[in-house]
Design a protein around this ligand. Structure first.
Ligand SMILES: *Cc1c(COP(=O)(O)O)cnc(C)c1O
Ligand code: SF4
Length: 342
C-alpha cells in the first residue's frame, strides 16, 4: 500500500514541479545569490516575458555565478527591452503558415501541431516568446479540425508535436492524441519536440512510456539541450527509459553567445549527449526575435565552430548547422569551415 502511494507521488511530482516553478524574480535572486543591482532590470524584462524556472533545472546552476550557462538562458536582462533593428516579433513568418488554429504546415510531409500553450521553462532566446498561444489552443473542436486536416492530405507522413511544450499536456490527453493520430492511415511517424524531460526529468513517468508503447506510430523525440551542464543523472535515467520504449532520440541546440559558443563546450555537449543516448541533430542559429539579439552568434563564427567540431568528432556527433528562414522549403544548412582552431 505504502509503496503504491509512494509511486503515485513520484508519478505526480512532475506536475508539482511544473506548477511550482519559480516565477518571482526576487525569490529567484535570493535562491541563486545574484547581485541585487540586476533585480530591477530583471523585474522589468520579465513583464513582457515572464521568468519561469523549474526547481530541478535551478538545482543544476551554481549559486552566485552570474556567468552560469544555465542561468544565462533564463535570466531576464535589460537588453531584452531595447529594440534592435532586424529583431522582430514573428521572425519565421509563422503567422502566414498558421492555416488553422494549432497547425503550422511549412515543409513537405511534415505538419507541426501546437498542442500546448505553455512551457515548463521560459528560455529568453525563444523564437516563440511573442507567439499568440492564446489563439492556438487545441480544444476538442480544434483537435477534430486538425485531425480532418491531416486526414485530407495524404502527403503528410509525420506529425510533429510542438508548443510551448507538448509534454506539458497531461498523460490522458497525450494518450488520446497518440491514439487519434495512430488511426490516420498515411501517418508513419510521431515526433515530439520537447524540453520538459530536460528541465523536469520526472516528466518521463510510466504513463507516458505506456502511451508511447501503445502507439502504432514510430516515435521520435527531439530534446532541446544547449549545454553539457544540463545533463545530469536524472536526465540520463529519463532518456534511458525512453530508449527502452523504442523511441528514436535526437537533440537540437541553439547556438548562444557566452553560453555554448566555444568548440570545447560544443564538443563536450555532443560527447555527453551520446553518453546518455541522444544523437546531436541540429545546431540552430538564433532566430532574430525581438529581445534576444544579445544571444546572437554571427554566421561566420558559427561556421568556424561547426568546422572545428567536424575536425575533432566522429561525423555522427556533429550536429547540422542550420538557420530557419521565412519562406524557405526546409531549414537552411550552413557549410562548416574546416581546419581552423576555434
Ligand atoms: C523545424 C520544423 C519542422 C521540422 O523540420 P525537420 O528538418 O524535419 O526537423 C517542421 N515544420 C516546421 C514548421 C518547422 O519549423
Ligand atoms: S518553446 Fe522551447 S525554447 Fe521556447 S521557451 Fe519553451 S522550452 Fe524554451
Amino acid at each position: 500500500m505504502q509503496t503504491k502511494s509512494l509511486k503515485l507521488i513520484n508519478e505526480m511530482s512532475w506536475q508539482h514541479q511544473l506548477t511550482n516553478a519559480i516565477t518571482d524574480p526576487k525569490e529567484f535572486f535570493e535562491r541563486l545569490k545574484l547581485p541585487s543591482e540586476l533585480l530591477p532590470p530583471a523585474i522589468l524584462a520579465s513583464k513582457s516575458f515572464a521568468l519561469r524556472v523549474p526547481e530541478p533545472y535551478l538545482d543544476r546552476m551554481e549559486p552566485g555565478n552570474i556567468k552560469d550557462p544555465l542561468l544565462l538562458q533564463v535570466l531576464p536582462l535589460l537588453a531584452e527591452t531595447q529594440p534592435v533593428p532586424g529583431y522582430v516579433i514573428d521572425p519565421l513568418g509563422e503567422e502566414s503558415t498558421n492555416h488553422q488554429p494549432g497547425i503550422i504546415h511549412k515543409y513537405h510531409g511534415r505538419v507541426l501541431l501546437i498542442i500546448s500553450g505553455g512551457c515548463a521553462i521560459n528560455c529568453r532566446y525563444c523564437f516563440r516568446r511573442h507567439f499568440p498561444y492564446s489563439d492556438n489552443q487545441l480544444g476538442t473542436e480544434e483537435w477534430q479540425q486538425a485531425l480532418d486536416y491531416l486526414n485530407r492530405d495524404h502527403s503528410i507522413s509525420e506529425v510533429i508535436l510542438s508548443g510551448g511544450d507538448p509534454l506539458a499536456a497531461n498523460d490522458k490527453r497525450l494518450n488520446k492524441m497518440f491514439q487519434d493520430l495512430g488511426a490516420i492511415p498515411h501517418l508513419k511517424r510521431l515526433r515530439i519536440h520537447t524540453r520538459l524531460p530536460v528541465v523536469i526529468p520526472q516528466r518521463v513517468n510510466s504513463a507516458l512510456i505506456e502511451a508511447i508503447g501503445q502507439s502504432n506510430l514510430q516515435t521520435v523525440i527531439v530534446t532541446h539541450i544547449n549545454h553539457p551542464n544540463e545533463i545530469d543523472t536524472e536526465l540520463a535515467s529519463a532518456i534511458s527509459k525512453l530508449k527502452q520504449a523504442g523511441v528514436t532520440l535526437l537533440n537540437q541546440s541553439v547556438l548562444l553567445k557566452d553560453i555554448n559558443d566555444h568548440s570545447d563546450t560544443l564538443a563536450m555537449l555532443s560527447e555527453k549527449l551520446f553518453e546518455i543516448g541522444l544523437l546531436p541533430y541540429y545546431l540552430h542559429l538564433l532566430d532574430p526575435v525581438a529581445g534576444a539579439s544579445h544571444f546572437n552568434v554571427d554566421e561566420n563564427t558559427a561556421r568556424y565552430l561547426a568546422g572545428s567540431l567536424c575536425d575533432r568528432l566522429p561525423g555522427y556527433l556533429v550536429p547540422k548547422l542550420v538557420r530557419e528562414q521565412a519562406g524557405a522549403t526546409a531549414k537552411v544548412p550552413l557549410m562548416p569551415i574546416l581546419g581552423k582552431e576555434c
